[in-house]
Design a binder for this molecule. Structure first.
Ligand code: C5P
Ligand code: C5P
Ligand code: ZN
Length: 460
């Protein structure tokens, strides 16, 4: 069955219910997906509530069973579908599904790659856009809830779905086109650094670590010197610069990268597609999909999911609160990176790892793992551990090159976790698990072996 037809089928199922609980993930994609589901249900006149979870483990599933209500799982569920048997539900998710299901919409079931061709929010939007209680005629297939489309972009960017090609691809592309056509979105080719709307350029350059630029990344004085040498005010924001000034900076950055001997392919990654949300005020975090998704990550990952949800739905007060949470999130990220530097990253044959114990919250250790490649080895998947309330949280990240060489972290992490009495899953490029405390070394050895086999198999 084609994708849209299945989306319509799921929308029709949803419309049969008068009360629905949305269950979603605590990251930017999960919040965006949850907000789309929540708002579209309300608009359809369905009584709705929302629950955010770190993961859908046995404990969470048992709690849901007790609620005895119809559930819409967004941005999760596909990896646990075998455990949901006693529940009444629909799923809109993009994680690798472990089984097919009549009420599951997942891009992976349609020959798409859910790690970059459609996000949890995008999949959810596809159903929300079909969620209308009445058709004017039987041929009336016009979509609804179009104004929620930008949340599908924010979710995809939050999951780094644009990172491999520096642009959104696959079904994400259709969403981009539709959002552009309806004047919700502007796509620009620009510097793919974080903070173009809100940070002084000196700070934007200082905090950027991909690509890592010696003398600039992590070096405020170096950034100020660099910008002053180009006669550009370091304390202006990127959006305040003229085209000529921007061009001057980009050319100079490219020149520096060449001087450092960076591969051409990596240099090209400095510039790419950036997504401007035209329905949001200029100069705020909500204007740029990359900044918006980080703002969301600063909420629900710290237990402030209500704020994340309300920011998505345009609440001014929630936005103010989210900005203050963002300060805290940034501080945690930079302290986390400093900790990784202190601890060092240990290498095994095929993987590398660090153990943050209880020094990094389990909800952001994955983000820090992904940001730590440049401190370790780009040729091995990075695995991070952090203590969590029900054991040890594992977060693993790979690179596009490793995927091309055969690595599939979702599978490797799931298998290794199961061998030590834990569970996990995710995407080829990013996966996570929870394992019992004390099993870390055993887990690493299994994982090292499995990743080794994945690399070996691809060689043949
Ligand atoms: O649960 P979910 O699918 O939302 O999370 C996907 C995760 O994959 C995100 O944390 C995102 O940062 C990570 N990712 C990554 N590198 C990519 C693509 C995704 O680290 N190239
Ligand atoms: O938590 P983290 O950002 O490392 O998660 C990376 C990916 O692994 C996400 O897509 C997440 O949904 C998935 N994951 C999972 N099972 C877990 C933990 C994470 O499927 N127990
Ligand atoms: Zn997601």
């Amino acid at each position: 069955m084609e994708f849209d037809k299945k989306a319509r089928k799921i929308a029709n199922e949803i419309l049969k219910h008068r009360e629905i609980l949305v269950v979603t993930h605590i990251d930017a994609d999960g919040i965006s997906a949850g907000a789309i589901a929540y708002e579209s249900l309300k608009r359809a006149g369905i009584e709705t509530s929302i629950k955010f979870v770190k993961q859908l483990g046995d404990k969470e599933i048992e709690e849901l069973k007790d609620k005895n209500t119809f559930i819409w799982f967004t941005d999760l569920g596909s990896g646990q579908i075998d455990k949901l048997t006693d529940l009444d539900f629909v799923i809109t998710d993009h994680h690798i599904p472990i089984a097919k299901h009549e009420m599951q919409l997942n891009p992976n079931d349609f020959g798409l790659d859910g790690s970059f061709e459609l996000s949890g929010a995008g999949t959810t939007f596809m159903v929300a856009s079909k969620l209308k209680s009445e058709r004017r005629t039987i041929f009336d297939f016009t979509d609804v809830n179009l104004d929620l489309i930008n949340l599908a972009i924010v979710g995809a960017v939050g999951d780094l779905q644009d990172s491999a090609e520096c642009m959104l691809k696959g079904k994400n592309r259709d969403i981009v086109k539709k959002a552009e056509k309806n004047n919700f979105l502007k796509v620009v080719r620009d510097l793919r650094f974080f903070g173009k709307q809100t940070r002084p350029i000196a700070k934007m350059l200082e905090y950027n670590i991909e690509p890592y630029l010696p003398g600039i990344s992590g070096n405020e004085k170096g950034c100020v010197r660099f910008l002053s040498s180009l006669s550009i005010d370091p304390w202006k924001r990127w959006i305040e610069l003229s085209f000529e000034e921007k061009k001057k900076i980009v050319s100079e950055l490219v020149r520096l990268c060449m001087e450092f001997g960076m591969p051409y392919k990596n240099i090209l990654r400095i510039v790419g597609e950036c997504y401007i949300l035209l329905d949001k005020p200029e100069g705020t975090e909500m204007r740029d999909a990359m900044e918006f998704s980080t703002l969301l990550n600063a909420t629900a990952r710290y237990g402030e999911e209500e704020i994340g949800l309300r920011v998505c739905l345009g609440d001014e007060n929630a936005f103010k609160r989210a900005r203050s949470l963002l300060q805290n999130h940034r501080k945690n990220l930079s302290e986390g990176l400093r900790l990784v530097e202190e601890l060092g990253i240990e290498e095994l044959k095929n993987i590398q790892f660090f153990h943050a114990q209880d020094e990094i919250p389990d909800t952001i250790v994955g983000i820090i793992a992904g940001m730590s490649f440049h401190k370790g080895n780009f040729d091995k998947p990075i695995v991070a551990f952090a203590k969590s309330e029900n054991g040890v949280k594992v977060s693993a990240r790979a690179t596009q090159r490793l995927i091309e060489r055969g690595v599939n972290l979702a599978e490797a992490i799931r298998k290794a976790a199961e061998k030590v009495g834990g569970s996990g899953g995710g995407h080829k490029i990013a996966a996570g698990a929870t394992i019992p405390e004390g099993k870390e070394i055993e887990f690493l050895n299994f994982l090292d072996e499995i990743v080794g086999e994945q690399l070996e198999n691809r060689k043949i």
